[in-house]
Design a protein around this ligand. Structure first.
Ligand code: ATP
Length: 241
């Protein structure tokens, strides 16, 4: 059987002296997506941060192609793009400078031209030279997500509420970009409370509420025939004008 690219092995997480979850297990292969679900405060962001190597688990470990990520460090960092919940945008930088700075955080050097091209694909070419403090919440979010339009993408996308504050067209563009990444053998782990246009053929779901209630032990495959089970039934097509 093919070896998993990303593996969570009996992960436990504590924040503020409280155990948020334990026994988190999943194996993600090339071309697969994992949807982290759960209510506010269930630990989705905390889990994503562990997967990004931004924190240490209380127990267990994260493995990348069979090796613990704490040993791989920078090598692992180059394999992923983490887009956090908070936009992570610096107010005094322009939109394009923020894209350059965001790429640098993932160890990538890009120039203004590349940053502006990514912004154009995110539908933001008209605000590239504006300082971030002059942008709307949705535009700031799009600036943060513009890194997803840089080629080549690293294999693993870790996306915390990527659809928040985006309008229907931006949700669609982002969904298409992620879908193309998955079709090309990439992977995505994402959290969302929202309806979106992402219907990956190979999707697993890890519900942190069920885990906390002791009714689940790890990620479960979501049937391709019903990929957005338990999501609001209205679809993106209906949301678009
Ligand atoms: N730096 C921190 N120090 C202490 N506690 C924290 C810290 N960060 C998060 N927590 C706590 O950990 C719990 C889980 O937070 P987390 O952000 O992972 O939840 P979440 O599932 O992503 O929530 P949401 O859906 O609201 O974004 C919360 O109770 C939160 O208060």
């Amino acid at each position: 059987m093919k070896r998993a690219a990303l593996q969570a092995c009996a992960l436990a997480c504590e924040r503020g002296g409280r155990r948020l979850f334990e026994g988190v297990e999943f194996a993600l292969h090339d071309g697969e997506a994992l949807w982290l679900s759960g209510g506010n405060g269930s630990g989705k962001t905390s889990l994503l941060r562990l997967l990004a190597g931004l924190g240490l688990p209380a127990e267990g470990e994260v493995r990348w192609r069979g090796k613990p990520v704490r040993e791989l460090r920078e090598d692992y960092n180059r394999q992923l793009l983490y887009c956090g919940h908070a936009a992570g945008i610096k107010d005094d930088l322009t939109a394009w400078e923020n894209v350059v700075a965001g790429a640098a955080l993932s160890g990538r050097r890009i120039g203004r031209e590349q940053a502006e091209a990514a912004l154009a694909l995110a539908g933001l070419d008209h605000v590239a030279v504006l300082p971030a403090h002059a942008l709307s919440q949705g535009q700031r979010r799009r600036v943060a997500l513009a890194r997803l339009h840089l080629d080549p993408l690293p294999p693993l996308l870790l996306l915390d509420e990527p659809f928040t504050a985006l309008d229907a067209r931006a949700v669609q563009a982002l969904s298409e970009r992620i879908a193309a990444h998955l079709d090309g053998g990439g992977m995505a782990v994402y959290t969302t409370h929202q309806a979106h246009g992402l219907h990956p053929a190979r999707l697993q779901r890890l519900d942190l509420d069920s885990l906390a209630a002791g009714v689940a032990h790890g990620a479960v495959p979501v049937l391709a025939a019903d990929p957005v089970r338990d999501m609001p039934r209205w679809g993106l097509a209906e949301a678009l004008p």
